[in-house]
Write a protein that binds this ligand. Sequence first.
Ligand code: PSU
Ligand code: MN
Length: 314
Amino acid sequence: MIASPTPTAPVLSPEVASALDDGRPVVALESTLLAHGLPRPANRAAADEVEAAVRAGGAVPATIAVLGGLPHVGLTPEQLDRVCADADLAKLGVRDLPVAVALGRSGATTVSSTALLAARAGVAVFATGGLGGVHRQSADTFDESADLIALAGTSLVVVCAGVKSILDVPATLERLETLSVTVVGYRTRAFPGFYVADSGSQVDWAVETPEEAAAVFAARRDLARGAVVVANPLPADEQLDPALHGRVIAGALAAAEAAGVRGKAVTPFVLDHLHRASDGATLAVNVRLVLRNAELAGRIAAALAALPASAPAR
Ligand code: PSU
Ligand code: MN
């Protein structure tokens, strides 16, 4: 292979590198939800809590971001400070990665770019809050997250609380089916609705344990590229009050429309509006669901590491 003049290989933190070398469990975490999904300075504490939740599940956390053109897998506390403090940090999807790398820029990685970098580093399990997907009004705007197509082509487990409820959830599930992304509920067939336990849509399959989730992924990896989405709902007593949920979502989407927000600014704008309109209720629920996903991802990574090594895919 001809070496690229601009290296794109991820830089592994010492802890992540040694865990991967030893075959110990590692969980990738994205940085866009910290930099663009949660308000400063609460995002910094959340970054530590999410990493601690992965450890509680039995795995090593690897938060991913691009700093000075280098894709990092596993961040130091100072690097997390930088990701959480910089109000102008770019939001990098897959298509933005080559620009950031070649021009030496920094940015937070979304589900799509985190998945790519995690898989490249050899990390098979990833935790986030809610996937991006098909936006409401997408028939007019064509706004559909790059997360979907990235998951179609990347071998990894993504633990999430479904897709963000600001989206068109049934349309997003249709697209995931078209893209042949495997979707299983965690102990439920009711697809979670991010802030709320039940989106109202069903999925075809459920897994009951981290071991089952790991086995499904091992089979997927043997059969075909692409992700396994493990949809992990909040317990009903921890969800956002569904009535409040309906009210504030409608207001936030209307505000985005009125402000003329477009493209990749839509999701951060709407999440921020929700946090304000609900007096922080959506923020507390958002952090809680990410922590639950991080811990479950840790358990799934541990179960995967305990499986007998499978024959290499042909
Ligand atoms: N989960 C959260 N908060 C977030 C996100 C996920 O709890 O902010 C981010 C992820 O990085 C996801 C992105 O990839 O939102 C989707 O953005 P878009 O709709 O522009 O593709
Ligand atoms: Mn978009």
